[in-house]
Design a protein around this ligand. Structure first.
Ligand SMILES: NC(=O)c1ccc[n+]([C@@H]2O[C@H](COP(=O)([O-])OP(=O)(O)OC[C@H]3O[C@@H](n4cnc5c(N)ncnc54)[C@H](OP(=O)(O)O)[C@@H]3O)[C@@H](O)[C@H]2O)c1
Length: 334
């Protein structure tokens, strides 16, 4: 399938990318992981997003992709990304943004992946205790050593992105990608920062690709939770989607959005993804599909017509921040 791509600088990304945060760990048989990844790649989803701590447990998703790279996948047909920033191992050197942690983590990621470079290496979150010069200097070392082709940052606020871009420029580093959460229920990237510009404004002015994560709000922007909590769902598994976020108010918005989707001949996930992609400053939506059926449903977001003005107007009162931003409190106040 010819999945459309959007380009940012030299980096061309499919508009739908696959994230391996939750469904590539010890609870999922390797055969199921393999089926999903090979299906995705076959359908043109050639961007696989990883981090040292994905699985769960940490390291599992990178190890799985390493096995697939050794047997099934062709490295240079793929964009493979990884990150360091959250806790990956115990002790003071297993998280945050120090040079010691970031570069050790990249070496470990490369070993698990069995490759000598990743395409994008991200600072996974801003670290208030480490100077930006140090964290970004570590990314620069990664790029200069050839262990990463591009450098990125994730969940840095608009203001912190402005600061990071200034530091990056001063040390000769190009920050090519920003990876923020963005969905109809989490619109923080649209809010203005101190200089009046939103993160989307800042990133696009700097020529950064924007890879939007959790575009389905971890599964809230589907019909899965409209009749209770399914046994095989992220909430039932005790994952990072918290049951207390599924309030009556949130579910009323989801029901209304589902009706708008149906009226336009789309499923709710297709509407939610098309909505994030309506903004040309977004390069790719990073979905965390668990099954091939979910992925196929998501990929069909690229097949419908663009959202019409009347659909966007109908969506607006229901596309509201719903308090489901896990990264707001954990990621050093976005
Ligand atoms: N940089 C960061 O800090 C950060 C943080 C979070 C995520 N990410 C990246 O973003 C990726 C995606 O995040 P996410 O997993 O939260 O994304 P998401 O696509 O918003 O949510 C994925 C979940 O939604 C449900 N789902 C997906 N497609 C569906 C469909 N068509 N119909 C019904 N349900 C569907 C599944 O839930 P069930 O399992 O319940 O079926 C799936 O596990 C991650 O894998 C990771 O690569 C980055």
């Amino acid at each position: 399938m010819d999945l459309p791509h959007r380009r940012s600088g030299g980096l061309s990304l499919p508009v739908v990318s696959l994230g391996l945060w939750q469904n590539f760990g010890s609870a999922t048989p390797f055969a199921d992981q393999r089926r999903l990844v090979l299906h995705a790649v076959d359908r043109g989803v050639v961007h696989l997003d990883l981090a040292n701590n994905y699985g769960p447990p940490p390291f599992a998703a990178e190890s799985s992709v390493g096995r697939l790279l050794a047997t099934d996948l062709r490295r240079d047909e793929l964009v493979i990304t990884t990150k360091a920033g959250y806790r990956a191992w115990p002790g003071p050197y297993g998280e945050h943004g120090s040079r010691k942690y970031v570069l050790a983590s990249l070496d470990e990621s490369l070993r698990r992946l069995g490759t000598d470079r990743v395409d994008v290496f991200y600072s996974h979150r801003f670290d208030p205790h480490t100077p930006l010069e140090e964290t970004l200097g570590a990314l620069q070392s990664a790029v200069r050593s050839g262990k990463a082709l591009y450098a990125g940052i994730s969940s840095y606020s608009a203001d912190r992105t402005v600061a990071a871009l200034e530091v990056a420029q001063s040390i000769g580093l190009s920050l090519a990608v920003h990876q923020p959460a963005y969905s109809m229920l989490n619109r923080w990237v649209e809010r203005p920062g101190a200089d009046g510009r939103s993160l989307l404004d800042v990133a696009s002015a700097a020529g950064m690709a924007v890879v939007a994560f959790s575009p389905l709000g971890q599964g809230v922007l589907t019909t899965r939770y409209l009749r209770g909590i399914p046994a095989d769902s992220r909430v039932a598994r005790g994952g990072p989607l918290r049951p207390e976020w599924l309030t009556g108010e949130v579910l009323d918005h989801v029901r209304a959005l589902d009706a708008i989707a149906g009226a336009g001949g789309r499923t709710l996930p297709q509407l939610a993804l098309a909505w994030v992609l309506r903004d040309p400053r977004v390069t790719s939506v990073l979905v965390g599909a668990r099954t091939t059926d979910q992925l196929d449903d998501n990929l069909a977001c690229t097949m419908g017509p663009p959202l019409e003005d009347d659909e966007l107007a109908a969506i607006e009162p229901h596309a509201v921040d719903a308090g489901i931003n896990l990264w707001g409190s954990r990621s050093s106040d976005l």
